[in-house]
Design a protein around this ligand. Sequence first.
Ligand code: BGC
Length: 733
Amino acid sequence: MKKSLILLAACLIGGAAFAQQTNPLLQHETEITEIIKTMTLEEKVNMLHGKNMFSSAGIERLGIADMEYADGPFGIREEMEPHSWMPLGWETDRATFFPTGSALAATWSPEIAYEYGKGMAIEAKLRGKDMILGPAMNIQRLPTGGRTYEYLSEDPILSGELAVGYTLGSQDQNEAVCLKHFAVNSQENMRGFVNVNISERALREIYLTPFEMAVKKANAMGVMAAYNKVWGTWCSENFTLQETILRNEWGFKGMIISDWGGTHSTVGAVTGGLEVEMPGNTYMGQALIDSVKTGAVPMNVIDARVRNILRVRLAITPVPKDVANTKVTSQPETQAIAYKVASKSIVLLKNEGVLPLASKAKTIAVIGDNATRTMGLGGVGAGVKTLYEVTPLEGLQKALKGKAKIRYARGYEPAPRAGWGQQLPENAMEEYAKRMATLKKEALKAVKGADLVIFVGGNNREVETEGSDRTSIQLPFQQEELMKAIAEVNPNIVAVMVAGAPVDLREVNKIAKGLVYSWFNGTEGGNALADVLTGKIAPSGKLPFTLPVKLDDSPAYALGVYPQQEQGGGDVFVNLVNRDRFAVRKADADYSEGIFVGYRWYTTKNVKPMYPFGYGLSYVDFKYTNLAAKVEGETIEVTFDLANQGQMEADEVTQVYIARPDSKVERPKYELKGFKRVAVKGGETTKVTISIPKDNLRHWNEFQHAWNVENGKAVIYVGGSSDNLPLQTEITL
Ligand code: BGC
């Protein structure tokens, strides 16, 4: 086992929340000092900005290779022309599409995240890349957030543990990661100019903690500065975030790169902590040379920036140009990882005796556009040109071959959308309505007389997209109407929601007898879905976010602080592509809910969600008994018995929430402090131990500007979801 995998296990089992391993970035300090001594100002500055769209320069004279970056986070992005977004159209760059962020998070498994990071790294190496632009790990603050599907969770500990796994998995393969987007890039609307007003406590406890964990526990080598501002200052020049917190407090030794088009000044950026302006050189090219020459930027600042890049450059062995891209990116080994993640991510929300599929179901109607839609590409940003992608329909056809007859009807299709700067033809919507009527008719015919209907709907990669948030969480393209009509003909419905973010399930939940969340689940998504639906494996994913009853229940909406009023402009990335990057204006986002993000809000304010954070059913029942908890040194040891009362082997994600009833500060009802995925054979009982570093109970003291762990009573709740915690005990700290 690799050293850091052992460390990961040790962190999880033995506590040590912020234990540090030897930092590989500090192994070449003397050599770097010597290199810097020989460099000219021009050579140094040449390293501090993009060379191509996805690379920055090394030092040719010294044989030090360029840094090659790869989007990330859920597959290695296809190759593009050096200075444009135009794909090169290669065949070797077909990559594995890994399940997107919220799917990975639904596994609740740092060990699976480790494999995920490893798989990404293996493919990045085949492509000659040094740094993966991922994991994307901003907190899922808004159910409508455009990149919720890319991000991990609404909870900092869950996000952090998974980011640690991903980072260790990748960096053990000698592939750097780039944690993104630092920090508080939790909305897409106006992301290029929004200023986040947030309390110090919420910033620290909720939004920064996952980054802190990945830096301290996994020595992440790269960080990407977010587009937005925090406390009035652009992230890419935010001295407080980048220098005071990231480097000085957390001990980050790697390099910070800007998001694409997210640099806004020369002196501000370079003195504020930024190493590399991406992708161009507007601010950190000639302007930076001039600033050094006039004395506005001291040479030691430049040297520090170069050192941070060289630390990463020398820690990561470059792939020779003639070796890279000689093999297809996606490989059986990495495809197997994608399957594993997908198969453990699927969340069963409701099951009135319809799942697993009964063998007597001989005719199955599969309905829905998402049954045949691939999800690797789409939206504005990172997509994956996959080698292959098994759709839900293909997965079911393969799994049910010779066992049941499948009738497929599309039922609905996505509404037509105008391309950038274009308008829809005049009669486009009328034509769409006609097509939709025909599709509905065909679907109603297909479901008639079928033993079961599997409705595969949800969102797609155009609905959930980088660059803009959704305006609602309503299921698009009249899916509810279609489902209602289907139910009148055949009420035996299993609904599969293919989505990366919350959708409004009020109607679906009424109509469907079985309900499954199956995510944008990657190359092997259809196979994993079929294996869960047919009962080859038990579902074991748990929600990494709260599914609200309605959008207005969620904190920022309930408080009326989102959406903010936009004052002109468009999306920063779209403007960058259109070479109109200044067409943006100022706006403020008030994070008025403070630390009450996600389930912290619902549980504390007694707002009942549709399905709570941490929720997910299995095909077996689990029984929790015999809880004990004790403090041992710096760790809280929680043990309990977990019995699988069913017939088949199944995984359960066990969760520990802790309340501090005598706290002197305002707190949520309880908070997730530890968790563990456990496999238990049918009929067996296993003892589970979850070690929680005392430090996980810290809170940010806004008066002292420091972390405190309060003494006193801690109530420990254990169970299988944030609203189903059958065991309870108390300890005193
Ligand atoms: C995204 C980043 C991405 C970069 C390069 C930006 O628009 O915010 O996450 O890595 O583009 O594609």
